[in-house]
Design a protein around this ligand. Sequence first.
Ligand code: ADP
Ligand code: MG
Length: 720
Amino acid sequence: MTSGEHCKLGAMESKSRAYETGGERQYYLPILPIHKCKDKLLQTAREHPFFVVTGETGSGKTTQLPQYLYKAGFGKHGIIGVTQPRRVATITVAQRVAEEMDCSLGSTVGYQVRFDDCTSQKTAIMYMTDGCLLRHTLTDPNLTKFSTIVLDEAHERSLSTDILFGLLRKQFLMKCTSKRKYPLKVIVMSATLDTERLSEFFGSCPVCVIPGKVFPIKERFHNLIGPRDKDNSAYVTETVKVTLQTHLNESAGDILVFLTGQSEIEKACDVLYNKAEMIDYRHDVFDSSVDGLLILPLYGSMATDQQKRIFLPPPKGIRKCVVATNIAATSVTIEGIRYVIDSGFVKQLNHNPRAGLDVLEIVPISKSEAVQRAGRAGRTASGKCHRIYSEEFWEKCMPDHMIPEIKRTSLTSVILTLKCLEVNDVIRFPYLDAPEERFILEALRKLYQCSAIDRGGNVTDLGRFIIEFPLSPNLACALIKATSLGCEDLLLPVAAMLSVEHVFIQSGITQKQKEVEESHKTLSEMAGGDNDFATLFSIFEQCKSSDNPVLWCRKHAVHWRAVKSAFSVEKQLRDITNKLKQLKNFPVEKSDIPKNELLQRCLCAGFFSNVARRSVGRTFCTMDGNGSMVHIHPSSALFGQEASLEWILFHNVLVTSKIFVRTVCPIRYEWVKDLLPKLHDVDAYELSSVAREEVTEEELAKWESREQAKRNNEGLEASL
Ligand code: ADP
Ligand code: MG
């Protein structure tokens, strides 16, 4: 390897494989803080049905505790299930534990994430996303398959984990063990020490603290982003700049960069790679032992072999630079990081009142998340954290703590899950943090709109069909409509393509991005040029029938991996539709809808709450009661054709300075005319009223005494 040679392995084509390790098994077992607590943990597990474990990130909670439990015999009466809020973390930890236990993945140790089941009859330790466990409860409410449930990453407060908290607590309090031979053991693990509330919630259960130490970290604010830059994407360029400066000016040690999402990370890696290629290692770098930069992306939906590389130590003289989403803050720990570059932002799903919808937004992280990010630099030695933002930004734009997901996103899917689990009173479900009542009512309204529940708030047949699909209720509804009409072949590929990572390749280099955009334009033209859903369908079909799909994707600037997973998702969704078709009560419809309208008409059945009518100029007005003004996103085939459109249907929304709708198709008013009144014909309170009547006297008394206690507390606080 010559001086100045670089290698980037990852989402884009790798140009050199010089640093690959040739399949050698390379891992070492570090001494972890949890080792000292093994006996105490096992003893607590034996004595208590519920307990909380807390300790610094990297102390060994996720990878070690399930192994301790397994070896101590906790797996004898059922699977040890460990949940993670994130898909990629679920897979990497399962891989790691399988390696440590010297078994193949899918045997004793397996994982389950949406659309990917890597378990077998032998599986005794099962890592899974919290969403997956929530789905398990639908078919097996007492979780009889499991002996132990470990709810990991509790501090993240993801929506599914929060709902599981409530369900498991309910089971515990009701001693709902009738269908279980052995009581379920529940362990909650959290990286933050703020575990008092958790312990209280689970009947004042014990808390085990794993002592750990963090080395000193020097923190520096770079003042490149201030309060005024809160809403633009300048932070990506600035983050790349600081990363390069760090590489050039700091002594050896790996770098961890925090950005927000896949396409942004791909762009940043592209720019970093280009810039790093120009470095003259004889003159430009401060530390003469640094001889190259290995740039590795890390984001939610990466291929497994790519994830593995993140953990391998870099070759001698090469500095590893991992460009990651928030996943690297607590879910995965990479050894050897000495420098953290913090962009200060995170991508978050938020309910946007302006748009009346859930939208992915890029927002400033909280102060506690910033501290957590910085901590990644001081795991094994002292380190440095470069914050690209100013202290003023820290003070004015960053909240102290992150708001739990349950308080900021749409509850439609989870409320339907709860209803299917016969939790009728969704308002007084034992939430650790109760969402605002209006969010619950909004979810009930949405479920009523798509006929998943009736006016009495009870789940309908359609609701039970919808819940079968691991999809949003809207998409599931569209797919069910297509199946009823016998045209599911049109919708299945679209639903699959909408369920995988972004299929269109992006580049951070202007020239390359232009080429990429040209390819994407050709793709949409091949599908008629005026319907983004049809483009997705056409990519799926063309790629499937191509002799060389990998080459086809490369030629059209499409991620092969994304399309490949869409193939597998399509098959799984097809299995569900086939199963439903066998049911006696599954509706079959005859229709004379012309073939070229079928796709849009089915989409209308699921997404009629996402339609908009053209207003002035290039703006459209949504129909869901908010009447928000939206614009077609430049990535859509319909961008620029606004003048010729009247009604559109969209799949999702992106909010920047304006509200953009993405993945769009034109529709006709007649197609939604009969559906639109459903958006307004019910009072959400009416939907929750039956549930209220069903509350038992006993529950009511409990609830009232809790409310009274709360009021007393508030009164006390006010008087202090
Ligand atoms: P915690 O859950 O307490 O944050 P983990 O159990 O995730 O800690 O990590 C313990 C150790 O295992 C860390 O040193 C981490 O670097 C290592 N580790 C975890 N996953 C992997 C992996 N996939 N490859 C290599 N090392 C890993
Ligand atoms: Mg962990």
